[in-house]
Write a protein that binds this ligand. Structure first.
Ligand code: COA
Length: 110
């Protein structure tokens, strides 16, 4: 059964800052993944959208975004890796990004 759906859209521009405050919402593994790419802001925006969409789908706010990692399978398909807490059921994630916007959809199934 679908227990929740969340979506988010974000402007890539928001992450073109020198202060790098956005690092706070990323886990160590997220940062490692993003560091491999040339256009990092697009990836960062996608990860932000994914974590915001997760909050909406789970209707859960009592966690820090950096406690959740966005990992990828061998085909590049993203999924959440919940390092610091457990989620009942299964959480599906899809991310898309281009130069100006990034978006994500999360479906929580249990
Ligand atoms: C995987 C694919 C769909 C990604 O599409 P895209 O437009 O290049 O990428 P987008 O900017 O929309 O999205 C990128 C995100 O897609 C996600 N993604 C990558 N591979 C994925 C896959 N296999 N399954 C699901 N999601 C995937 C990732 O989350 C990625 O962002 P991230 O690496 O920062 O987490 C695309 O590269 C692909 O392989 N398309 C198939 C094309 C094809 O076979 N055409 C043949 C007909 S001519």
């Amino acid at each position: 059964m679908i227990a929740g759906v969340g979506t988010d859209i974000v402007e890539v521009e928001r992450f073109k800052t020198k202060d790098e405050l956005w690092k706070r919402f990323l886990s160590e593994k997220d940062l490692e993944y993003i560091s491999k790419f040339k256009f990092k802001e697009e990836r960062i925006a996608g990860f932000w959208a994914a974590k915001e969409a997760l909050v909406k789908a789970l209707n859960k706010r009592d966690f820090n975004f950096s406690w959740v990692t966005i990992a990828h399978d061998e085909n590049g398909k993203p999924f959440f890796d919940f390092d610091r807490f457990e989620i009942e059921g299964k959480v599906h994630l899809s991310i898309s990004h281009e130069r100006k916007f990034a978006t994500a959809v999360v479906i929580w199934e249990k």
